[in-house]
Design a protein around this ligand. Structure first.
Ligand SMILES: Nc1nc2c(ncn2[C@@H]2O[C@H](COP(=O)(O)OP(=O)(O)OP(=O)(O)O)[C@@H](O)[C@H]2O)c(=O)[nH]1
Ligand SMILES: [Mg+2]
Length: 223
């Protein structure tokens, strides 16, 4: 059982003032509206309906926090004891054209405010549609975090089921050489939430971010 199976909805924030206190490591999922952020969280955590995914762009309008936890060694079936070890954070998508301008700027403020000022932000998964990766808003995020190398980046080239094999290879090779030129804090992979491709690679990367010493992955079965 992976640590990500333990994810449980914890809280939502509609404004910066509503953000929970920063503490444990957080991994944020950012990307254009409809890129598949919520679906990726559901696949990663093996919980079909944890994060709300939808055909309608703009589905996620709040910042949603999902707690990851581990069972404590002194836990018993009669008295289960768990401790939180980190959070997955589902962000509203950027660039949702149909939203009213006012709502749109409110969202951007919320997302930018969270990403730019969150001390517990350990890493960011930039979810992109393989048919049109690296759009201007993605580039803005990449640029913003490139000089902040304490925040890891994973460029998740999602919906790879929608492109041909040869194109997958070329998209990945190009992105990989670019990621390498930025430094060790940037990585890239192909993913398909629909076909559940790339899930183990995603889990391994995210686990290395929140658990660099491998203590959580070595926990006994049932955690
Ligand atoms: N073909 C394909 N479709 C996918 C994949 N991942 C997600 N989708 C579809 O893309 C649509 C959007 O998915 P969401 O996970 O809601 O996207 P989101 O990025 O959370 O969207 P917002 O919350 O609006 O920002 C849904 O119809 C999903 O079923 C994938 O890997 N392949
Ligand atoms: Mg969403």
């Amino acid at each position: 059982m992976s640590l990500f199976d333990s994810a449980r909805f914890r809280t939502s924030a509609a404004s910066i003032a509503q953000l929970p206190g920063a503490g444990l490591p957080e991994i944020a999922f950012a990307g254009r509206s409809n890129a598949g952020k919520s679906t990726t969280i559901n696949v990663l955590t093996r919980q079909g309906r944890l994060a709300f995914a939808s055909k309608t762009p703009g589905r996620t309008q709040l910042i949603n926090f999902f707690a990851l936890s581990r069972r404590l060694p002194q836990s018993t079936p009669q008295k289960p004891l768990r401790e939180d070890v980190g959070f997955l954070v589902d962000l509203p998508g950027y660039g949702y054209a149909k939203a009213a301008a006012e709502t749109r700027s409110g969202w951007s403020e919320l997302i930018a405010g969270y990403l730019a000022n969150r001390p517990s932000l350990t890493g960011i998964v930039i979810v992109m549609d393989a048919r049109r990766p690296f759009m201007p808003a993605d580039e803005w995020l990449i640029e913003f975090f490139s000089s902040r190398s304490h925040v890891r980046q994973l460029w998740l080239i999602n919906k790879c089921d929608q492109i041909k094999k040869a194109e997958r290879a070329s998209v990945l090779a190009k992105a990989r050489s670019r990621a390498q030129s930025l430094g060790e804090h940037v990585s890239v992979q192909l993913f398909s939430g629909l076909k559940k491709e790339g899930v183990e690679e995603l889990q391994a990367t995210l686990l290395s971010w929140i658990d660099p010493d491998g203590r959580l992955s070595a926990a006994p079965a049932g955690n």
